[in-house]
Design a protein around this ligand. Structure first.
Ligand code: GLY
Ligand code: MN
Length: 459
């Protein structure tokens, strides 16, 4: 936990940004996997953690800006709870740790809000992303689930984003730590993968590194010989000679800061010639993107530079043709690079995605609807102390190739005969995490191999 002052300062800034009304913070509850007592690993809501620090289920809080009150609501554990899961600090102790002196039983939240509503005062809440939040909004404010998103407070969303987007020095230390654990996950996989192993063995080994370091995963592991499927969580295949292995995984450390890296390596000790050629193009795009990272640069332009670099490499190899400026502008390169170049990262691996990409990654500007660009989660001008990922890739998705070919889509830019020969290639991606500094960017965590020679040296 950070010092009390950190939480007090964060809440003070929030109050001065939103100016009036009641800010409602819904903490997370335990959630049953298949029956109530068999719960998923508990994960507190990140915004609740950011402003109230308390990593326990069953808490909610309000900040009444107009009356200058901050209250954490929750019930003390019964003896049955203590028998089942041990004791915890009291609600008062949990609150005092973060500079809050007022606490109340859980049921009093509704009474408090009813009195606020009767006075016609504004209650600000954030968009719900769990069914339990929708239930709470219904019980507390009589908002039916289908209307809950529409009632979110944009002022509240913007004020939270406007703090959490800028990482403090003490957060950066924790992000470096999470990325270092993440790097160890990748190194473990690169060193162990051999033909005959199951994807699940690699997935288990990388999870072991994260848990042994005292944390958890920041998202479900992608460990696959089918890297062309962007979020492939299937781990049932056996690695065989000639396969390309894509690992995308990250640790969440004990303070709930995330790391997120991807690596691609051959199942054999060396890449095949065709794996090398495609891998090198993706790596060129990666390096071109890193070279542009600095405050004042629009991330969308960096994404387009990475796309342009991929298009150039694919043209050199005969996959693309024609005017590359026009091809990239129209999105033809998205046959190979269907996703975004990167995203903000913090306590959430896609930081604050629950608050809306448009506010987090676009500063309120609309996102493009073009295939490829529509998946770019970050487009805005970069600022000092943003933390983000760089993760361009090249993917041969047979169904997408078949669809575009049948439509004759972008046939002036794409040589489908050549693409057909690579339909079984799979996909490759490297991903690293960066802090935007005063005049450029700094890699978070320790580097892992990414040149062809360095990757092969690990195998
Ligand atoms: N590395 C997981 C993701 O960015 O979606
Ligand atoms: Mn990522």
């Amino acid at each position: 936990m950070f010092s009390k002052e950190t939480y007090i300062n964060r809440r003070n800034k929030l109050k001065s940004d939103v100016k009036s009304g009641i800010l409602l913070f819904l903490g997370n509850d335990e959630s049953g996997m298949n029956y109530a007592d068999n719960t998923y690993h508990f994960r507190q809501d990140s915004t609740f953690l950011y402003f109230f620090g308390s990593d326990y289920a069953g808490l909610n809080a309000i900040i009444d800006i107009d009356e200058n009150r901050e209250i954490i609501f929750g019930d003390e554990l019964t003896i049955d709870h203590i028998v089942w899961m041990g004791s915890q600090p009291t609600i008062k102790e949990k609150s005092e740790h973060v500079g809050i002196n007022e606490t109340a039983p859980a049921a009093q939240l509704k009474t408090y809000l009813e009195s606020v509503i009767s006075k016609g005062r504004k209650i600000h809440y954030l968009p719900p992303y769990r069914p339990e939040h929708q239930v709470k909004l219904f019980e507390l404010l009589d908002i039916i689930p289908s209307k809950a998103n529409a009632g979110q407070s944009i002022d509240f969303v913007k004020a939270v984003v406007n703090q959490r987007n800028y990482k403090s020095q003490e957060e950066i230390v924790l992000l470096d730590d999470a990325v270092n654990i993440t790097a160890d996950m990748h190194l473990a996989a690169m060193r162990m993968a051999r033909p005959g192993m199951k994807e699940s063995e690699i997935a288990a080994a990388v999870q072991q590194v994260a848990i042994a370091a005292g944390g958890q995963l920041s998202f479900p592991v992608i460990a696959t010989i089918n890297g062309q499927t962007l979020h492939n969580h299937y781990h049932g295949n056996t690695l065989k000679s000639g396969d390309l292995f894509l690992l995308d995984c990250g640790a969440e450390n004990s303070m709930h800061y995330a790391g997120d890296m991807s690596s691609t390596f051959p199942v054999d000790k060396t890449f095949t010639t065709r794996q090398k050629e495609i891998y090198q193009i993706a790596l060129n795009a990666h390096e071109a993107a890193i070279d542009m990272l600095a405050p004042g640069v629009k991330f969308k332009d960096i994404h387009l530079k990475a796309g342009r670099t991929i298009a150039e490499g694919m043209k050199d190899m005969g996959f693309m043709k024609g005017d590359l400026d026009a091809a990239v502008q129209q999105g033809a390169h998205a046959l190979f690079f269907q996703c975004g170049l990167g995203h903000m990262m913090g306590m959430d691996v896609h930081d604050m995605e629950n608050l809306g990409e448009v506010y987090v990654g676009y500063n309120g500007e609309p996102k493009s609807t073009q295939f490829g660009l529509k998946s770019l989660r970050l487009g805005r001008e970069l600022e000092e102390n943003f933390v983000l990922t760089i993760e361009p890739g090249i993917y041969f998705i047979p169904e997408l190739i078949d669809m575009w070919k049948a439509e004759n889509r972008f046939s002036e830019f794409i040589n489908y005969d050549k693409v057909e020969q690579y339909k079984d290639f799979g996909g490759c991606r490297n991903e690293e995490d960066f802090l935007i500094t005063k005049d450029g960017a700094r890699l978070l965590g320790k580097p892992i191999p990414k040149t062809i020679a360095d990757v092969e040296a690990q195998r």
